[in-house]
Every structure is written in C-alpha cells, then in structure tokens.
Design a protein. Structure first.
Length: 401
C-alpha cells in the first residue's frame, strides 16, 4: 500500500467514528461486490439481497457496496443494472478500510456468506427480482431478438456448455492464470444438438450462449442460433436473453447465474460435484456427470461418491487422485432432460410410481443438514435415474422393486 492510500485511510477514520455514533439509529455496513466473475456478480449479490429482505441480516441496517479491486467487469450491463438498484459508492471502500482499523468493525461489514450463491433459505422463489430492464432496454432487447430472427412472442431456450476458453482468455494476464483445476467441469456443446433439435420440433428457437467458446455448433439449422460465435453477442444480450428465455439448459457455471436471479427454470446437465446440485426451486432439474472407477471398472454409485468425499471435490486433481474418469452426459440423457423440462412447464409431464421411488431413494442417500442446501425442491431427471439405476445402488429394477 502506498503512502497516499495510507493517508486516505487515516483521513477516513473520522467518518468511521461517525458511523459508530449513529449506530443506535442505523447500522451502516460496507462490503465489496464480487464483480469479475459472472456467477458471483449475479447469484451472490441477489441471494444476499433476498436474505436481507427477509430480515436475516438485521433490519436497522443500511448496506453500502463498492467495487473493491481493479479488474475488468465480467458484464457491464449487469454493472449498470446493479448501479441503479443498490447503493454503491466509490468512497465506501475507503471508509470500510478505515473502519476496520477501529474496534467494533465487524458490525459495519456486510456479512457475505461463504458459498453465498447458494439459496440455503429457499428465498428466491418467495422474493421479487431485484433487477429490472428499463423501457429503453426492453425495446433494445426486442429489436435484438428480431435481428436474431426471433419474432415477438416466439419462445426460445438458451443453452450453454462450460469449457476452459473463457477463463483462459479473460484472465490470461491474471496472477493465477492456470485454470486447469476447473477442467473437470468442462463439457462438449455438440452433445446438446439432439436436445436442440427436439426443442425446434416443439416450436422453440435455441440460442447457444457464451462469451468465449472453444468450438462452434456443428449445425446449419437456422433455428439453432450460435450467438456465442456469430458476432451478435453483447453484454446486454447476455443478460436480456438469460432473463427472457423459456428455460435455460446448461452445465452449472457462471452464466447460469443470470436465469437464476431472474427466476427462470433451469435444466442442469453435467452437474459436478454431486453435492453441488441446485435444489431450492421446483423448476430446477439436474443430471450428473458419472465417475468411472478405474480400479473397479465400473461407475461409482451416488453413495460411494458421497462416502469418499467426491461429492464435494472442487479440483480436477482430487478426481485424478481418487482414480476416476469423469464421464459427460450423453446426447440421449440431455435430450430426455429437455423433454421432461418442456413437459413439466406445459403441465403434460406424467410421473410414475417408479420415478417417485427413484427420487425418494436418491434424496435418502443425499447428506442431511448440508450447508449447501436448504429445503429440497429441485429434482433429478427421471430418465437419467431410469437409465442409471445402478448409481442408486441397485443392479436391476427387479432388485429395486
């Protein structure tokens, strides 16, 4: 820290004393926003605001946010929307640093939760969205959809597959620019194509999302729009499309924070780790990557994954040390999940007694009192459990029944 910054912090101490003097009336708290990564800038912020609305972080409080470090914003449209929705001050960082030099500073720090993107209190379905588009932005969004070939009122589904290109590109000069520890989350967009074709048959357009991606979609179907590579991608449309889609089909990574905060249904594919499954909305359905146990020459069951701690592995090296290969969802598994989501949203999905037994069996295996989850509302894809009964620990339907 240079001398000039130290002087500024010292000059901020009178303000820090003042906020303590005013504490009987209102507790002013300060905190930095996580703005360099889309998942944190969306979900962490929205979930915290929902918790605050519910009174979980005190009611006589005034939260003042700031941007704490020099980094590129992951999305400037999102910045614009947060700037007009919450109290953000360029001076809050100085006062926060000054306040932390004095006793009692903890009361004046915004209490961000670890894993704060997880709605452990199930508030997202019971609270209003904190962001909204202006009338001008709504017009801009409708015009953009027309340019993509999507008429007013025509439904579309957003799809996305995580790969390593985004982090390697955007953070290429970062001091921690070796991102291979995330590679276990990668998957191929090509495996989504049969699901996309099904959606087109049902009357949807399909928009492939992404800021930087490894490969284009291998299709010439005009209703499958490769927005990530066709030159039409903008920060604004990343947010607008995610907020307006019928549902979002994606692996779990930063971009799914957009439909999450706008309360859109999400079909999660290639979910990993197992215990990271998103559970707090009935309109979330998920299927998992499978772990091929090399020494046993078979897939690990859900219970084995949890018992070995692999349900919370967050680093590629951990899976390597366990001796497993990570297997992506097949095109058939992904398409089946999309069929279920579409039918559920249209009220035509018919569940069976066997399906409900499989759901019950899965959640009976799932750890209780899990700090990543609240009340379980989400579901596991029905067809995925039917195809992979052995992951529930049963060799056949007969032995299950």
């Amino acid at each position: 820290m240079n001398i000039f910054k130290k002087i500024l912090i010292i000059l901020g101490i009178p303000a820090a004393f003042l906020i303590r003097a005013l504490r009987p009336l209102v507790v002013r708290r300060f905190g930095g926003l996580h703005y360099s990564r889309l998942g944190h800038f969306t979900a962490n912020t929205e979930v915290y605001l929902c918790e605050k609305d519910a009174g979980l972080h005190g009611r006589r409080t005034l939260d003042i946010f700031y941007y704490p470090y020099r980094a590129k914003f992951c999305n400037y449209q999102l910045k614009k929307m947060w700037d007009r929705s919450i109290f953000i001050s360029r001076f809050a960082s100085l006062i926060d640093k000054s306040s932390r030099l004095l006793p009692g500073s903890q009361s004046h720090i915004i209490p961000w939760r670890e894993a704060g993107d997880r709605d452990i209190h199930n508030l997202l379905t019971h609270t209003p969205v904190h962001l909204s588009f202006s009338e001008e932005e709504e017009c801009l969004g409708r015009e953009a959809l027309l340019k993509l070939g999507i008429g007013r009122g025509e439904p579309f589904v957003c799809v996305a597959a995580r790969d390593s290109v985004y982090l390697d590109t955007v953070f290429s000069n970062h001091s921690h620019n070796h991102w291979s520890y995330h590679d276990y989350r990668d998957c191929s967009i090509q495996n989504y194509l049969s699901a996309a074709k099904y959606l087109i048959e049902k009357g949807y357009y399909v928009i492939r999302m992404g800021a930087s991606v490894k490969e284009p979609l291998k299709t010439k179907n005009p209703k499958i729009i490769d927005y990530a590579v066709n030159g039409s991608r903008t920060d604004f449309l990343d947010i607008y499309l995610g907020a307006k889609c019928e549902f979002f089909l994606s692996a779990s990574f930063g971009i799914t924070g957009v439909p999450l905060i706008f309360r859109r249904p999400i079909a999660y594919v290639n979910q990993i780790p197992l215990e990271g499954v998103w559970t707090w909305n009935k309109n979330y359905i998920s299927i998992f990557k499978k772990l091929w146990w090399k020494k046993e020459q078979r897939f690990m069951t859900f219970k084995e994954i949890i018992d070995f701690g692999a349900g919370r592995f967050l680093f590629s090296q951990q899976y390597e040390q366990l001796g497993v290969d990570i297997i992506e969802n097949t095109p058939e598994e992904i398409e089946a999940l999309v069929v279920e989501m579409d039918e559920r949203l249209h009220g035509t999905w018919v569940t069976t007694e066997e399906d409900e037994q499989f759901q019950e069996q899965f959640w009976s295996i799932f750890p209780k009192n899990n700090d990543w989850h609240g009340e379980i509302s989400g579901r596991i894809g029905a067809d995925f459990l039917r195809r992979n009964k052995e992951l529930l620990g049963y060799k056949s339907c007969e032995s299950f029944c």
